[in-house]
Design a protein around this ligand. Structure first.
Ligand SMILES: Nc1nc2c(c(=O)[nH]1)N[C@H]1C(S)=C(S)[C@@H](COP(=O)(O)O)O[C@H]1N2
Ligand SMILES: [Mo]
Length: 388
């Protein structure tokens, strides 16, 4: 039996499959992927800071902006990637120059594209599911997401190097692009009338704008009302702040009357809640900026961590371990490097937006620091340990 013949590349004569279109959409995708990668790297280094790196605690809302951009550029990469794949898919039907001088190069090129497309599709998919707090896989999200990012960077550089001549040749508009499209039959054979290149670019830009505007409201409150794609509304939750994990999910209950907060340093100090309330209180306006992309500013009141360090006689330049009452799990402890511990905005917060912390926001005490991912803003804190 004879298999039906596959189409050849010639079966796709539309000018929308032209390398010029692939170059233009590729540029947009390149911008999105670059921002997504760099902001992702920043988020990764925040959570696993290498010894040579010093992350500043200001600007206070930096992480809110970078992580908002990370999730936004990830989301808009989906329509961009789909458009790019559609533009180039007829290439799947080009014949391998086999056997021939160029065969090996072509095989290599196609393999790198296969790796690139697979890694990007998986990266965007698990990233999006993560914004929904859905982890239906047996592998760890953070490590996988990070490793895939480097695979994408490697495969992308290879792809760009291989395609460089084609990209250069199509970087600028050619006279063919400038042909008026009002009457396409004039310049193009009748079989390929239809959507013009400019029409396609506008459609893709429209799709990007649509998914962008309907999701960015999770970190830009003004756009909250149209954020139908956003899993979180930034102002919905107790005390007008979303809750990432409730006290119940974290296995934390209401505290007993004899609850005490301790700080262990050169001296060990211990305070009841009323004693904490009697210490000098400061106010910080700081956002919670979750790695999942939502963020919201809030007003916090509590004791400056810097003041607590002084009280227990910690030397200048001390860093801290923050310990939650939550038992076990990735969120139960965090570290405050010295830039964050010393920042006057960093608080052991007792109040949020004018009232005592809700149990779900970390009652009786939590850490709030500037320019930090939400995962490190530890809730239900009952101990600080000076690390020096
Ligand atoms: N102990 C503890 N602290 C925690 C968490 C947690 O699960 N347990 N979640 C973190 C995450 S991921 C975020 S985004 C913020 C959210 O704070 P919120 O729930 O008060 O808005 O708290 C952080 N602090
Ligand atoms: Mo988070």
């Amino acid at each position: 039996m004879k298999l039906p013949e596959l189409p050849t590349e010639k079966a796709f004569p539309s000018p929308l499959h032209h390398p010029r279109v692939a170059t233009v959409i590729g540029r947009w995708l390149g911008v999105a992927v670059t921002i997504c990668f760099l902001t992702g790297l920043f988020s990764h280094f925040q959570q696993a800071t290498p010894g040579w790196l010093l992350i500043p605690s200001r600007p206070a809302s930096l992480y809110r902006v970078t992580q908002g951009l990370h999730v936004l550029t990830g989301i808009v990469s989906v329509p961009l990637l789909l458009a790019k794949l559609w533009t180039v898919y007829p290439k799947l039907f080009t014949k391998l120059p086999w056997p021939g001088r160029k065969a090996l190069g072509t095989v290599f090129e196609r393999l790198s594209i296969a790796v690139l497309v697979a890694a990007m599709a998986l990266e965007l998919f698990i990233g999006f599911l993560n914004t929904l707090q859905w982890y239906p896989w047996p592998f760890p999200f953070k490590e996988t997401h990070y490793a895939l990012a480097w695979i994408i960077v490697g495969a992308l550089l290879m792809h760009l190097a291989i395609k460089l001549p084609l990209i250069v040749a199509n970087w600028r508009r050619t006279p063919a692009d400038r042909t008026p499209v009002s009457d396409p039959t004039e310049s193009l054979p009748p079989a390929i009338t239809g959507l013009s290149r400019r029409g396609l670019f506008r459609t893709v830009a429209g799709a990007v704008a649509l998914v962008g505007i309907t999701s960015v409201g999770q970190s830009v409150p003004a756009l909250g009302p149209v954020a139908v794609l956003a899993p979180r509304m930034p102002n919905v939750g107790p005390q007008e702040l979303p809750v990432n994990r409730t006290a119940r999910d974290a296995g934390v209950g209401m505290v007993a009357a004899d609850w005490r907060f301790t700080i262990t340093g050169p001296e060990q100090l211990s305070y009841s809640l009323d004693e904490l309330r009697a210490l000098p209180q400061s106010r910080s306006d700081l956002p919670i900026a979750c790695v999942e992309g939502w963020s919201q500013g809030a007003r916090w009141e509590g004791i400056r961590v810097k003041d607590l360090l002084k009280l227990c006689g910690a030397p200048e330049g001390s860093s801290l371990r923050v310990v939650s009452m939550e038992k076990g799990g990735f969120y139960a402890t965090s570290e405050l490097p010295l830039e964050f511990a010393e920042d006057p905005l960093t608080l052991l917060a007792l109040r949020l937006n004018g009232t005592d912390l809700d149990l779900d926001h970390g009652f009786p005490a939590r850490i709030i620091a500037p320019n930090r991912p939400g995962v490190l803003q530890t809730k239900w804190v009952h101990r600080l340990e000076v690390l020096t």
